[in-house]
Design a protein around this ligand. Structure first.
Ligand code: SF4
Length: 432
């Protein structure tokens, strides 16, 4: 059994762990949701934005069922359904889309930012949503800004929807004033409660000014430029990072804020970049670290020593594996990720135990064979694989739940541990 590691007080060194480990690269059938899924959390985050999917009834069904439309009187997303006439090229799609958008904006005057979201069908029939967004922006600005991105499921995974959405926003952000002070931009959608906690910690640390992307109000665009240092809060934002760097911003390298250790190293990377002293950092973060350690402790008995297999799905797999291994004492059988961004993951890879099997991409049948052969105690995977594996007697955790639940930061570290402990507890009860 692995002994759980204490909350780390050191920075990751790029020569340790799995930084140079070989990676099993697979291509084949893969089982993931598409990028439209990101609308589920993004529409709750940017409160005066609206997401108009240009897609099929399947796309509408996915979003409505995933986002629990029943609880929203006026949901901030909808689907412009492409019918047979559109697909056959008989209708003038540009005209129809302009009409749909005009009707929507007339009926919903509170919308300040409209995203036209592409889908598999809109890509297959090559609707130029970028041009459509530019055309409609000209018509509806300054009241409404119209942007576009793709949420298509062709060769993508579901968290890429957020990356594509934020990457579409970056070129529209205002530039910094020439004499702007150095500022911190935290990038990646966080639940409001988590964002508020981090904002308080940055304020106590004296890391200022600090802003968040996405912002809660569409009119509250953060400025960006060479004095912006950005800190990724989510590990799946490669395109957004590239777009920010094209605007002159610089990335602060760090692990991701999952678990007490990840949160400490993430905050410390920002604190170091802004010249915060170690003593002040330790004093500000000590209460959070202590709360997180106590909360994680509840799940420790259930997870320590258990063998965990992570299928590639959310792109959170490597930071989660680090948390499972170092703070919960789990043994990692395989850590799969849809894409491995070596640069953004360097600090995470350095913290994984050496010799862990890393895989990138997916050939689902081969991977299922490896999983069945290993008989892990817990399998973290997409919804489509979870039920069949449960039927075969394996405990599973739906990886999408880790995106829908606030899990970042000190005060959510216990909840994150509990998410992994729960299926093990349930299976232990079933086996009694
Ligand atoms: S975008 Fe593609 S994968 Fe996603 S729901 Fe629509 S058709 Fe299905």
């Amino acid at each position: 059994m692995n002994a759980p590691a204490p909350v780390a007080t050191r920075s990751a060194s790029p020569v340790e762990g799995c930084v140079s480990s070989p990676v099993l690269r697979e291509r084949g059938q893969h089982e993931v949701f598409c990028g439209l899924t990101g609308i589920v959390w993004l529409h709750r985050k940017i409160q005066d934005a609206f997401f108009l999917v240009v897609g099929s009834r399947t796309c509408a069904h996915l979003i409505q069922s995933a986002a629990g439309v029943m609880i929203f009187a006026e949901p901030r997303f909808a689907t412009a359904i492409l019918d047979e006439r559109d697909l056959a090229g008989i209708a003038d799609i540009d005209d129809e889309l302009d009409r749909v958008v005009a009707r929507l904006l007339e009926r919903r005057p509170e919308i300040k930012l409209l995203f036209l979201v592409g889908s598999c069908p809109s890509e297959v029939i090559k609707i130029d949503l970028k041009r459509a967004a530019q055309r409609q922006s000209r018509v509806h600005s300054p009241r409404v800004r119209v942007l576009s991105y793709s949420g298509s499921g062709i060769e993508t995974t579901f968290t890429q929807g957020e990356d594509a959405c934020l990457a579409s926003l970056v070129p529209t952000l205002p530039g910094e004033a020439a004499d702007a002070p150095r500022s911190l931009l935290v990038v990646g959608a966080l639940a409001d409660v988590v964002e508020d906690q981090f904002a308080r910690l940055f304020d106590e640390l004296g890391v200022a000014p600090r802003r968040f992307l996405p912002m809660r109000r569409a009119t509250d665009f953060p400025a960006v430029g060479p004095n912006t240092s950005y800190l990724l809060a989510q590990p799946f934002l490669g395109d957004t990072a590239r777009a920010l760097e094209a605007r002159g911003a610089t990335r602060i390298a760090a692990p991701f804020p999952l678990g007490a250790e990840g949160t400490t190293l993430w905050l410390r990377a920002a604190a170091d970049a802004f010249g915060v002293s170690r003593d002040h950092f330790d004093a500000v973060t000590a209460p959070g670290r202590a709360r997180a350690a106590r909360a994680i402790d509840h799940s420790l008995n259930m997870i320590a020593g258990k063998r965990v297999f992570l299928f590639p799905d959310s792109q959170l797999e490597i930071p989660l594996a680090r948390f499972l291994s170092r703070e919960l004492g789990a043994e990692l059988v395989e850590v799969g990720t849809p894409y491995l961004h070596r640069e953004h993951m360097a600090d995470e890879l350095a913290l994984l135990p050496a010799g862990v099997r890393l895989s990138e991409g997916q050939h689902v049948e081969n991977q299922l064979d490896r999983c069945r052969a290993a008989r892990p105690d817990l399998t973290v995977c997409g919804l489509g694989l979870a039920n069949p594996l449960e039927a075969e007697g394996l405990a599973t955790k739906w990886s999408i739940e880790l995106l829908f639940t606030p899990v970042q930061g000190y005060d959510q570290a216990g909840d994150l541990a509990e998410l992994f402990a729960r299926p093990l507890t349930r299976r232990a009860r079933l086996e009694v």
